[in-house]
Design a protein around this ligand. Structure first.
Ligand code: GDP
Ligand code: MG
Length: 218
């Protein structure tokens, strides 16, 4: 079974925990106090099994329903609010590897957008610009005015912002599964690149050795 790790980030109250629980109803919440100040850092930790071939999602307890002739991924989901603390503990929790990031913003609360934007910058700096990123404009059901609450030009890259209602929308799983697909392709592409460069190095060093031999025998 292949593995991917997804960080779900965004301001407080945007809907991160709701998303993790929608994907994995067995997700657990981890809270621990930060230093000796009264702040707490909260994480949600979930695991789902994604049958990529059949495009369906299973809970951990449904493992015996899986068809292992299909391509199956174990997807770890961890959510937290950056800024309460640095992103370092999150990276540590995920074993120093994050394959994709979902940024959840509350589209019904424009004043929160400023925090979301700061977190976007922090995320891009911390995890690198090449990590697949999905931005969800959540709570779309609460919006009476359906103009874009989250301006695209605010981001430093061409990026799709998906209007969504994690609580009420029927399309949440679809959107997330499509994103898992993007992350999967990115992981496979990176591993192919690593393989190619290893072969290239090997060939190069063999050529060097051959050249050295020729010099010696000449
Ligand atoms: N109306 C509406 N409420 C939502 C939606 N998603 C989350 N909420 C509510 O927003 C509140 C904060 O959600 P939560 O997942 O705890 O936010 P978090 O702090 O980002 O983890 C909760 O009361 C949720 O029920 C949504 O799509 N529409
Ligand atoms: Mg939460």
């Amino acid at each position: 079974m292949r593995k991917m790790k997804i960080a779900i980030l965004g301001p407080h109250g945007a809907g991160k925990s709701t998303l993790v629980r929608k994907l994995d109803p067995d997700a657990i919440a981890i809270k621990y106090p930060k230093d000796n100040i009264s702040l707490t850092i909260g994480f949600d930790y979930g695991v789902v099994l994604w049958d990529m071939t059949a495009s369906s999602l299973f809970r951990r307890r449904e493992i015996d329903k899986l068809d292992f002739t299909n391509e199956i991924w174990k997807v770890t989901l961890v959510s937290t609010t950056p800024g309460q603390t640095s992103l370092a503990p999150l990276k540590a929790t995920l074993g120093n590897r994050v394959d994709g990031i979902i940024l959840v913003l509350d589209s019904s609360n424009p004043s929160q957008f400023v925090y979301g934007l700061a977190q976007y910058e922090e995320i891009r700096d911390f995890f690198g610009k090449d990590k697949p990123l999905l931005i969800l404009a959540n709570k779309w059901d609460l919006r009476t005015d359906k103009s874009p609450a989250i301006p695209k030009y605010a981001f430093k890259e061409m990026i799709e912002i998906k209007p969504i209602s994690i609580l009420k929308g029927p399309d949440v799983i679809d959107i997330v599964l499509k994103f898992f697909g993007v992350v999967r392709n990115n992981i496979l592409r990176r591993s192919i690149q690593r393989m190619v460069s290893a072969i290239y190095q090997e060939t190069n060093s063999n050529e060097q050795k051959n050249k050295a031999k020729k010099v010696i025998t000449a």
